[in-house]
Design a protein around this ligand. Structure first.
Ligand SMILES: [Mn+2]
Length: 370
């Protein structure tokens, strides 16, 4: 049995998508601490192999500090062998930090887009890997390749895309994996962790990213850790992200005051704590002229890492009456009606806002930012 850690898609220094730059900087620091935590965990656990399946950083943005931090963390655990298979965000080439940085001896960075083997006889393990050497990789370097020594625990590490057969990011098919005969394939690229999947005799997994970078990457994130032998694959997902992004919808159709909305959010968000960046989407149909300020609602909440309240409600519209309304209100509605019913989200959203502004204006109410 060999103890192993497998992570991918850390994307150090890539831009975060929160609205507030101070929060984005905080999250960037948290992704550094998530990696440090993972290395600490590996030490405690006694991992002998640490796999990083590409997109460790974004080469456009990486700072010297971050590159040094990666090298320092790896050097801090000399009893463990680290392997990096560069992906499309951190390809191996002459200007890459992989090339110009000094790296500790216990890390092997794959440099070629051809499959390369590193033997670790003392662990009875062979590690096969490859690198993106550019922003794309058109063919799968391990298609039709098999491990040379079937007595070894054969592990393959690589960045690859199973979504489409003509992917620009190293297309990997299930058949490639089934036919390969490796014991474990440590993939990277997909940001949602898959857990271990077995096809044929081969186990593979995408660990997902170590830290979510926006509301499009919700939930707790982490790495795969566990023991592996020729017979058993005990790799399991372990959480390392300190923070997480979550989005909830709160229907406020039944509410008529701002305090009621606040109570409804409190109830819906009761399970989230200070580790959560929370987006609250207020939905439902509200009475025309009901005005509330999302900013002042946000200010009522202090228990989260970050909170963002979005108004996605629609004002109640008496369509039947407005269709025959002879006043400017009716004309306004009829000109918007097509777009209000549009299937295209941005078109619908624009019309919804216009209707909300319009209704308020016609009623002589304030027009505020919705
Ligand atoms: Mn990728």
């Amino acid at each position: 049995m060999v103890k192993m850690v497998h992570c991918a898609d850390v994307h150090f220094d890539s831009p975060f998508t929160l609205d507030d730059p101070r929060n984005a900087e905080l999250r960037r620091m948290e992704s550094r601490s998530a990696f440090t935590a993972l290395v600490m965990y590996a030490k405690e656990y006694g991992a002998k192999i640490f796999l990083i399946s590409g997109d460790l950083f974004d080469e456009k943005y990486i700072s010297k500090d971050t590159a040094n931090l990666i090298a320092r963390e790896i050097a801090s655990y000399p009893d463990c062998r680290f392997f990096i298979s560069p992906g499309e965000a951190d390809p191996y080439h002459s200007q890459s930090p992989y090339k110009y940085m000094r790296w500790p001896e216990n890390v092997h960075i794959f440099k070629s887009s051809d499959l390369t083997k590193i033997e670790i006889p003392e662990l009875n393990v062979d590690i096969y890997g490859y690198a993106f050497t550019d922003k794309t990789l058109q063919v799968n370097p391990f298609a039709n390749k098999k491990p040379q020594n079937t007595g070894r625990i054969n592990i393959l590490i690589g960045h690859g895309d199973m979504a489409t057969v003509d992917s620009q990011f190293c297309p990997v098919t299930k058949t490639d994996i089934t036919k390969s005969g490796f014991d474990y394939i440590a993939l990277g690229h997909v940001h949602n962790g898959t857990g271990v999947i077995k096809v044929g005799e081969t186990n593979f997994s995408y660990p997902g990213c170590l830290e979510g970078r926006g509301f499009h990457e919700p939930g707790a994130r982490g790495a795969m850790c566990g023991e592996i032998s020729k017979e058993v694959c005990g790799m399991k997902a372990v959480r390392f992200s300190r923070g997480k992004y979550e989005t909830i919808q709160v229907d406020i159709s039944q509410h008529v005051t701002e305090p009621q909305i606040i109570d409804a959010i409190r109830l819906a968000a009761a399970n989230f704590k200070e580790d959560t960046a929370l987006r609250v989407e207020l939905t439902g149909i509200i009475r025309p002229g009901f005005i509330f300020n999302t900013r002042s609602i946000e200010e009522k909440f202090t228990g989260f890492n970050f909170i963002q309240v979005k108004n996605k409600t629609s004002p109640y519209i008496d369509s039947a009456a407005l269709r025959h309304d002879k006043t400017v209100k009716g004309i306004f509605f009829r000109r918007l009606e097509g777009r209000l019913n549009s299937q295209k989200e941005h078109e619908h959203e624009e019309a919804r806002l216009a209707m909300q502004y319009g209704s308020n204006a016609f009623m002589g109410l304030n027009i505020i930012d919705f």
